[in-house]
Design a protein around this ligand. Structure first.
Ligand SMILES: NC(=O)c1ccc[n+]([C@@H]2O[C@H](COP(=O)([O-])OP(=O)(O)OC[C@H]3O[C@@H](n4cnc5c(N)ncnc54)[C@H](O)[C@@H]3O)[C@@H](O)[C@H]2O)c1
Length: 354
């Protein structure tokens, strides 16, 4: 009845021990396998739910469960507070993830998931891009140069030979610090701060990962991308929050991660249901077929899928156990009689100081 506790420091130690590239590669491979093999009967993932509020600042706390019957439940809780950096010196997205034994209810593991969320979101874009992006793609465009942009770029460098990055952020401070934040893995990539429209016009792959407000999108104009451009739309993950112009979606093959969620929160909100393309599962499962779409406009509508958290938590816990990292705490330890919740009173006959 012990719970594996992995603090942010433990998670960082695991990733540093394995190596950033190796960890990302392992995540991409596991995610590719999980996405292509996804069976909605065998793995139950409801549309996420949460609380959104505007006081004292715009924010959202939501929960994303993934149930593997007879085995486990992984539950990620994620906070989205776009003013966190300015107000609290914290990331916009903060998260924790827990794993429960689905035969007993026991809490098996609890981990910080802030880095894990960024890694798995990058890995998901890499999996979709690996099918839908031309092999000779060299230029990545980033609109929004915050935390997710770092792992979007890192993940894409693992599946394509990226030489050039065009980026735009509406916050000059985020633009100014971007080169330093990607230096550890993109030192031989040339980085250019340009306008949002120039990002779209000059890139082979574009990732939108902004904290644009509800009703304030899209984040670029009605410009002409390269005919083969692929978009990873990462920041559209709440009702009314969109990043891609409708005119572009209508000309593109739009592939949602999780269709039910994407029509409520993603770019698919903007589309007639008949205009929505195949899910990322269909695309990855039939990669040979969909590679034909590399020559045309495509969009991965990434709202964030609990399957990704299940895969990331599985990899993290496995590596942490093998490296002996983290603490094992008896949070739920039962003393004595399972039928007697007051058994502790007799087990500890002497009164204790509070
Ligand atoms: N799809 C997923 O699985 C997934 C996972 C994590 C986060 N997200 C979403 O990704 C987005 C980015 O998250 P983050 O952690 O990088 O946040 P962040 O705050 O670190 O970065 C967001 C950046 O977007 C910039 N921005 C805001 N409006 C803009 C605009 N109109 N044009 C250009 N830049 C703009 C901000 O200045 C900021 O630097 C959020 O909307 C978040 O909800 C999605």
């Amino acid at each position: 009845m012990h719970t594996l506790i992995l603090t942010a420091d433990d998670v960082h130690r695991v990733v540093r021990h394995v190596g950033l590239d190796a960890f990302m590669d392992a995540l991409i491979e596991r995610l590719r396998t999980a996405i292509s093999g996804f069976d909605g009967e065998a793995t139950v993932i409801p549309v996420r739910s949460g609380f959104a509020y505007s006081e004292p600042a715009e924010g959202l706390i939501e929960w994303m469960p993934c149930f593997r019957p007879g085995d486990h439940v992984v539950l990620k809780v994620v906070g989205y507070h776009p003013s966190n950096g300015r107000r609290n010196g914290l990331p916009t997205v903060i998260s924790t993830v827990s794993a429960y034994d689905a035969t007993s209810g026991h809490l098996k593991a609890l981990a910080d998931a802030t880095l894990l969320t960024a890694l798995r979101t990058g890995a998901a874009s890499a999996v979709a891009s690996d099918v839908l992006v031309r092999a000779d793609a060299r230029t990545v465009g980033l609109i929004g140069a915050g935390a997710q942009a770092v792992t979007q770029l890192h993940a894409l460098t693992r599946v394509r030979s990226i030489e050039r990055v065009l980026y735009f952020d509406s916050d000059p401070a985020a633009s100014a610090s971007f080169a330093d934040r990607v230096a550890s893995f993109a030192s031989d990539v040339s980085l250019h701060a340009v306008s949002a429209d120039e990002v779209v016009e000059g890139s082979d792959i574009v990732c939108t990962a902004t904290s644009v407000g509800v009703g304030e999108g899209p984040v670029f104009g009605d410009v002409e991308p390269r005919p083969w451009c692929h978009f990873n739309a990462v920041g559209s993950d709440f009702p009314g929050k969109v990043e891609i112009p409708l005119s572009l979606l209508e000309r593109s093959l739009v592939c949602p991660d999780f269709r039910l969620q994407a029509v409520a929160e993603g770019e698919c909100q903007q589309l007639d249901p008949d205009s929505i393309g195949p899910s990322v599962t269909e695309v990855v499962r039939n990669a040979g077929l969909y590679m034909g779409a590399q020559e045309s406009l495509t969009v991965f509508d990434s709202t964030g899928w609990a399957l990704e958290d299940d895969v990331a938590m599985g990899l993290l816990a496995e590596l942490a156990e093998s490296l002996g990292l983290g603490m094992h705490l008896p949070i739920e330890a039962v003393v004595g009689d399972a039928l007697n919740p007051y058994d502790f009173a007799t087990a500890y006959a002497q009164p204790v100081e509070p």
